[in-house]
Design a protein around this ligand. Structure first.
Ligand code: AMP
Ligand code: MN
Ligand code: MN
Ligand code: MN
Length: 288
C-alpha cells in the first residue's frame, strides 16, 4: 500500500466501520459499550446504524467524544422492494429531522404489529409465549426477528441463529410475516431530507437475480441514492470484489461496514474489515 497523500485533502482517519448495531435495535451492546469496543479495536470512525431507530445516537456520540473518536449518526431503514426486504443505510443524518422520524415511527408501528403476529403464528406451531419472550429480550423500543431467534434458542427449539431463521423466521417458514416496510423512494427521501447519504446495505445478501439487483441500483440512484456497501462483514471476499467493481463501473460511492451486532457475532468482529479496493471512491471522500 502506498500511504503517500498526494491529494489536496488532509490525510483522513484510517479505519472506518460504517454499519453497526446496538441494543436499541437488535445488537446486544449498549451504544456506549459498542463505541468503547470499536475504539479498543482500532476503529476511528464508527457509524451507529440501528434498524429503524435513532435513539442510541446521543449516547454513542457522548462516548465517542470522550474517547476522541468520530461517531457518524446513521440508521438502517427496512424497505420493501418488489416484495423483498432490502436495507438502506443512511449516513450523517440529522436524527432530529421530522420527515425521517415520522417515517421511522411508521416502520416501528408495523414492527410492533408484526411482532405480535409472529408470536401468534409460532403459537399455532405450539410455541408458547414467543412474543412476550422476544419483547423481554429487546432492550430498546423495537422487536426484531433476532429477538425471536434468541427466544427460540433459549427455549431449546433450535441450536443457533442460522437454524432459527432457516426453520422458523425466514420467508415461507411458519413464523414469517411478509414485510410492509418503506418504499425505496421513501427511505432514500427521508435520508436525503435529513441531510444524509443513502447506501444500499450488504447487496450480496439479497435473493435477487443480477438483473433485478441492477434494477434496484438504478431506481436507488434515480431517487437520490449515492453509495453501495461494497465491503460488508456479511460478504464473502468474492462478493466484496464483485461489488467494488460494480461501484467503480457505475459511479457509486463505496461504503464499508461490519454489520456488527455484538460479541456473540453473527458475521464479524469489530476492526477486521478489509480496506476498500483500489479504484473505489469512498463514501467519506467529502466528509472532511
Ligand atoms: P428484522 O428486521 O426484524 O426482520 O430482522 C432482520 C435481522 O435479522 C437482520 O438485521 C439480521 O440481524 C438478522 N438476520 C436475518 N437473517 C439472518 C440469518 N440467516 N442468520 C442470522 N441473523 C439473521
Ligand atoms: Mn440486524
Ligand atoms: Mn441489514
Ligand atoms: Mn445491519
Amino acid at each position: 500500500m502506498n500511504d503517500t497523500n498526494t491529494g489536496a485533502n488532509p490525510a483522513p482517519p484510517r479505519r472506518y466501520d460504517l454499519h453497526a448495531h446496538s441494543q436499541r435495535s437488535d445488537g446486544t451492546l449498549t451504544p456506549a459499550a459498542l463505541v468503547t469496543r470499536a475504539h479498543a479495536a482500532g476503529i476511528e470512525v464508527l457509524a451507529l446504524t440501528d434498524h429503524d431507530v435513532t435513539d442510541g445516537i446521543d449516547e454513542a456520540s457522548a462516548t465517542a467524544g470522550q474517547l476522541g473518536m468520530t461517531l457518524i449518526a446513521g440508521v438502517e431503514i427496512s424497505v420493501t422492494w418488489q416484495g423483498q426486504t432490502v436495507h438502506i443505510v443512511g449516513l450523517n443524518i440529522d436524527p432530529a429531522q421530522h420527515a425521517l422520524q415520522q417515517g421511522l415511527a411508521r416502520l416501528r408501528e408495523f414492527r410492533q404489529w408484526r411482532a405480535v403476529e409472529i408470536g401468534r403464528r409460532l403459537q399455532k406451531k405450539r410455541i408458547e409465549g414467543a412474543y412476550e419472550g422476544a419483547r423481554r429480550l429487546a432492550q430498546g423500543t423495537i422487536v426484531s426477528r433476532t429477538h425471536f431467534a434468541r427466544f427460540l434458542i433459549d427455549q431449546g427449539y433450535v441450536r443457533g441463529m442460522p437454524q432459527a431463521f432457516k426453520q422458523f423466521l425466514s420467508s415461507g417458514k411458519p413464523g414469517h410475516v411478509p414485510g410492509q416496510w418503506a418504499a425505496l423512494d421513501e427511505a432514500v427521501g427521508w435520508i436525503c431530507s435529513a441531510g444524509g447519504q443513502a447506501v444500499v446495505a450488504h447487496p450480496a445478501r439479497y435473493k435477487l437475480s443480477a438483473g433485478k439487483l441492477q434494477r434496484l441500483f438504478g431506481e436507488f440512484r434515480e431517487c437520490g441514492g449515492e453509495a453501495i456497501e461494497v465491503i460488508s462483514g456479511s460478504h464473502t471476499p468474492e462478493a466484496n470484489r464483485h461489488f467494488a467493481r460494480i461501484a467503480t463501473e457505475q459511479d457509486f460511492l463505496a461504503s464499508a461496514g461490519s454489520d456488527y451486532h455484538g460479541p456473540e457475532k453473527t458475521w464479524m468482529e469489530l476492526g477486521r474489515l478489509p480496506a476498500l479496493p483500489d479504484g473505489c471512491v469512498p463514501v467519506w471522500r467529502d466528509w472532511y
